[in-house]
Ligand binder design. Sequence first.
Ligand code: BGC
Length: 732
Amino acid sequence: MVSLNNLQLTDLDNHRIAYLETIFSIANGHFGIRASDPVAPSSTSGTLVNGFYESSPITYGERAVGYAENHQTIVNLPDLRKIKVSDSDGALFAKSELLTSNLDFQTGILSQSYKLTNPTGKNITLTFDSIVDQADQKAGALKYEFTAGTYNGQITIGKSLAFNATVTESDDPRKARQITSLDITTTVDSNDQKELLIETQNSKLAVAMRLKALDGTLLEQSFDLAKGPAVARYLVCVSDFANELTPPTADLKDVTFEQVIADSKNYWQTIWNSSQIEIDGDDRLTQAIRYNLFQLNQSAGRDGKTNISAKGLSGTGYEGHYFWDTEMYLMPYFTYSTPMIAKKLLDFRYNTLDIAKQQAKTLGVSEGALFPWRTINGEEASAYYPAGTAQYHIDGDIAYAANRYYEATNDRDWLVEKGYELILETARFWSHFGHFHEVDGKNRFEFYGVTGPNEYTVMVDNNYYTNRIAKHNLHLAVRLAKIVSEVDPNKLKELHVTDEELEKFENIADVIYLPYNQQHQVNAQDDSFFNKPIWPFKTTKKDQYPLLLHFHPLTIYRYQVAKQADTILAEFLFPQDVGKDQLQREYDYYESITTHDSSLSRSVFSMIAARLHDSKQAYDYFMTTAKMDLVDLQGNTEDGLHLSNLGGSWLALTAGFAGMTFEEGKLHLINNLPQQWKALKFRIRLQDNLFAIELTKNDIDVKLLEGTSANVMIDGKWREITRTHNDQKILN
Ligand code: BGC
């Protein structure tokens, strides 16, 4: 029997330690603890604080003007779970075997049991609960319970805050570099409490970590197991990080063990109230999707100062950087379930807008903002601009997400206060960064030297995805200006927006060039894509994927080959653009040259296949995407979870199988339920309404759990849903 609301060790085939550290990691948007073995040394264990990074100068063989200056690397902090256990001779129980592991999605508690063995082969059992507070995000709690096994004498336990064993450097560009420039000061050192102040030398940030033993236990304490089990409970605190001028302290005064648990339970109850999801007919899949949503929630920064790293707080892969993944893969879920989090993620962009304006200037643009391709602090951290800064579609992605949040919530105050400025400054960037080009007597607006989402083709002209999202961005700046001035008549003036500027945006947007390939009758990924030969797939061996780890970039760039969805991602975002026949042609063509070397790929193919009613393809792609980390499909889950894929799996279910789209604030659904499932149930928040949706073979049932009434378009027909009777009147 599969349990739907928790993940157990027996659910997994891969039991490698570093992999399990990621899979069972726990976090609360502020800090995350990898689920390390509590006694054995590990080079990958540790604690990650969202946004706490060290910087170091990027060394270029050949430098050019405006290149990113500094690496930003998330700091792996002491592993809070580690404990030393020794026997009456002082010998360590250093060998351990994980017996059980249970991550409970409803309470947030990770419960595990281990067999610990000393050098003479005698063992004891450890039952170990770890939990992070979801209300007071600085706090966490740990409970260790030791029972006698073949050993039943005295044990001494010692708890400290120690950095993990040294890590070996790797050539894999997706892994983080090592940091050696930390200043560590012990600020509290008593029998029952220890606090470290950890300061970075270059980024000048500081965080404090504290451990506190409870119930009169000391940090080093002996117990006699012959008298019964020994229980040791600790509170942990990971402060907010601050700059060096105001060193933070880790205050545990108002925290209790019970409160940490209660806060966590309450939080998860609220989350599941708006995120409940079930696939009737496949319990394992339900479990996997709930796991994905659980991890998404654990990873999201909720303070407007931090975001969601590509690996969440589960690992140091991609150095803890935030990418476009947030806006295009993760925010849909938050926008339609916990919009407050979506708003905070956008606030992060707003709070870094000044840096983005500076970056636009670096790129030679006098007005507007260019957001970084990868970052923690708002500055560009990509040392390889062809697959970094050249992906300036990030601007359009942010504008798209800001509008999506606004339309889903009708939050006009936020739009006026922050959202519009994001859309305006990105629109300004587009208007200056592109060029008019006259072809056959007609002016078109084009973008040169660009890299689209498919990183296997770089620095080309007119990437379809980029041009399409730029067009949308400019149109949004015009359309939303009206709403902004209705709410606050002075706002546009304050932002120096003139009628002429809006007219300019409109004129540009109308003539942005969207490349089309006549031969294949498809939207073309870019101007030169179809001139290139197709990648030699037949002679590429299975173990040569992902291509980026086996071929020189210049080999890859000279072929038609895609790391991930690109043009068809644009079709997903703008469903009105192409008819079914063209969509089918594009799907077939681009699928044949896509390797899915990026974890961001499969979910998009699943959604488009569902839109094309190709149930088999949609289902097959979905099944690999849904369990990607649980089966370690990409082989690198030990570096951290593939967050975008977790978000992508939710998108594939809702926007793919349930055909969910939104038009003028109204929910539209289309039944694409695969035959393998009896039903798909999920919830969606839209403005004041919380919908419970159930797709079965022949129908889509929609109920309102919050709100009074709503019109929903179901399989092409409007239905009026009212809450009191939950009756659904067919309107046409
Ligand atoms: C993908 C990017 C993505 C990044 C972080 C890369 O492999 O190509 O689109 O933003 O991973 O997830």
